[in-house]
Design a protein around this ligand. Structure first.
Ligand code: F6R
Length: 606
């Protein structure tokens, strides 16, 4: 994952920039660079590979500027070459960027038509030229950035410096975290407090949509409507700890909020952003020839696999066999010759998942695993390890790892579909475009948590909660129920909405909240009918849908308005409100959110 740093220093900042970047190495990167303002002009040094390459470059060609930005790049748009490494710049502006600019192609075409010449394959360069273009129209650097931000779509964090301005740095956050650090006569910028720990422990985290003007004397912060805002300065504990909670009360909250960023990074690992196609690693098996995919996992990871069953069967027309690993390992299930077996595990150490993997391996399957810990046993024992780039997940209840698992599985489904020609190149591009929009939509949901806080007050009074969904919303209902029960200790069950009348409907009365996960997809009308059955029995319906509340024809206790997205990507988006409902309910109940009773993060025993 990319990392950003920036320093407005009292003396030359190059060494400190590299030190700060070193503290972001844990995020992973494949090139690095810094830029400073040198006697009024912008200068930069960049290098492929590790930071030591950048350091040796700086030894032979030092930079003396007191104002600088730095970046570790984890390649998304364009190969990990020096040319594509950040900072990107024109004579006037230099930018470091983390995240994805979704509309960079349109911006680039428009700017090229105006005579701007692009040098790289990156999405970031569009930002540099956009700001430069505004400045050429006569806007000041601050006005130019404010204007440019209105044209950017996607989830991103930016650090920007300007030629001829030794006391100015602008930061912007939309989807990817950014922290501002306060020193004595110096100011800092970093992707997280860890990067800034050697310089300061006084930190302000920018909120969604914020942008900030840093000068040595201090910072002015503006919200997305350009109103001047105050954000709290907190004392960071990052110097003693590699992973901190930022300005969140719990790791789980932080991890929910990290999703736009980590999903972007995970998608970027499996998508060629420039082509708009999936770029999936070779699994060592001919995906066109497989006639069955076997998936196994536990808990939340199993639900990710269950979503994938719908995706793969519908999009790639291949049968998927899926079971929880604790069952599959003993079922002695017959396996097809030369089949593909996929294992999903955040920790990569779950005992049952590992045992099932070994069973499948011995029985001739090609083993692919989707893991968050790349060095884990499951990763090592697989023929192909497919990493999620969720970063360390500390909260025991899985959130960002789940949506990152879904991101990889969505790309896998598309890769199989392409190999089997069950989708056209045009359809592939549409699915990929829909996936790339998801981080932005998640940002829009987590921007306003008040509806979830309000509903949580009511949910916390319940003793039983039901979750309903159809199609890919069924696993999301199961996952929502699991999230609620594991951190709030309220009994919750997920059901396929169509199963309701085969038993669970007996549980419904006016004390039972029923959370209905119902995007307006091809099953929407059917889910609505099931919802009517609940309403007729006095159940308290909490509807999560992009359909307006007044269009569903029955009384709702609450409604969470979702943006409309492609039917394919709804599970990625609809997981987020279920996480927030569980989180806020647990907060109301006063439970130990990050370490719920009886649960462990890594389940290495049967
Ligand atoms: C629930 C949760 C668990 C894990 C399960 C598998 O929030 O986190 O259900 O998903 O224990 O763990 P991994 O993914 O590490 O194999």
């Amino acid at each position: 994952m990319c990392g950003i740093v920036g320093i407005l220093g009292k003396s030359a900042v190059a060494t400190n920039l590299v030190d700060a970047l070193r503290r972001l190495e844990y995020r992973g990167y494949d090139s690095a660079g810094i830029a400073t303002v040198e006697h009024g002009a912008l200068e930069r040094r960049r290098a492929e590979g590790k930071l030591r390459n950048l350091e040796s470059r700086l030894l032979s060609e030092p930079l003396a500027g007191r104002t600088g930005i730095g970046h570790t790049r984890w390649a998304t748009h364009g190969r990990p070459t020096e040319r594509n490494a950040h900072p990107h710049m024109t004579a006037n502006v230099s930018v470091v960027h983390n995240g994805i600019i979704e509309n960079f192609r349109e911006l680039r075409l428009a700017l090229e038509a105006k005579g701007h010449r692009f040098e790289t394959e990156t999405d970031t360069e569009a930002v540099v030229h956009l700001i430069t273009d505004e400045m050429k129209r006569g806007l000041s650097p601050i006005d130019a950035v404010r204007e440019a931000l209105t044209h950017l779509q996607g989830a991103f964090a930016l650090g920007i410096i300007f030629a001829g301005n030794d006391d100015l740095m602008i930061a912007a956050r939309q989807g990817s975290p950014l922290a501002i650090g306060y020193g004595s006569g110096e100011m800092y910028l970093g992707s997280d407090a860890i990067a800034l720990a050697p310089f300061t422990d006084a930190i302000t985290y920018l909120e969604e949509g914020d942008w900030a003007v840093l000068r040595r004397a201090g910072v002015e912060i503006f919200d997305r409507s350009n109103a001047r805002v105050e954000r709290p300065v907190i004392k960071s504990v990052a110097s003693s700890l590699l992973v901190d909670k930022g300005n969140h009360r719990h790791f789980m909250a932080k991890e929910i909020h990290e999703q736009p960023e980590v999903i972007s990074h995970t998608l970027a690992n499996y998508i060629d952003m420039v082509e708009g196609r999936v770029n999936f690693p070779d699994l060592g098996i001919d995906l066109a020839k497989i006639n069955r995919v076997t998936i196994s996992a536990c808990g939340t990871a199993y639900y990710a696999g269950l979503v994938a069953k719908y995706w793969i069967e519908r999009t790639a027309r291949v049968a998927v066999e899926i079971d929880v690993a604790s069952e599959m390992r003993y079922r002695e299930t017959p396996l097809p010759q030369d089949g593909l077996a996929v294992f999903v595990s955040q920790s990569g150490e779950t005992a049952d998942t590992l045992a099932t993997l070994r069973y499948c391996k011995v029985n001739g399957q090609r083993i692919a695993s989707i893991v968050n810990v790349r060095t884990s046993t499951i990763a090592r024992e697989s023929h192909a390890a497919l990493p999620t780039l969720a970063g360390p997940e500390i909260g025991v209840a899985s959130t960002k790892a789940f949506t990152c698992q879904l991101s990889v599985l969505a790309c896998l489904a598309i890769a199989i579909a392409r190999a089997r020609a069950t989708i056209t190149p045009q359809q592939e591009m549409e699915l990929v475009a829909a996936l790339m929009e998801i981080p932005r939509h998640i940002s829009s949901i987590i921007r306003n948590e008040q509806p979830f806080i309000d509903i949580a007050q009511e949910l916390s009074k319940a003793t039983d909660v039901l979750y309903l969904g159809r199609g890919t919303s069924f696993p999301i209902a199961l996952e929502g129920a699991l999230k609620l029960k594991e951190i709030s200790y309220i009994h919750a069950e997920g059901y396929a909405a169509g199963e309701l009348k085969h038993g669970p409907i007996a549980l419904i009365d006016e004390r039972v909240p029923v959370i209905v996960v119902a995007p307006q997809d091809d099953l929407f009308e059917k889910t609505l009918s099931n919802m009517q059955e609940v309403a007729a029995r006095g159940g308290q319906i909490i509807l999560i849908s992009d359909a307006p509340a007044d269009s569903v024809g029955c009384k709702l206790a609450a409604h969470i308005q979702m943006p409309t997205v492609s039917a394919f990507t709804t599970p990625l988006l609809y997981a987020v409100p279920t996480q927030l409902l569980a989180y806020h309910t647990a907060v109301v109940m006063g439970t130990d959110v990050d370490q719920p009773r009886n649960l462990a993060k890594s389940v290495t025993v049967e």
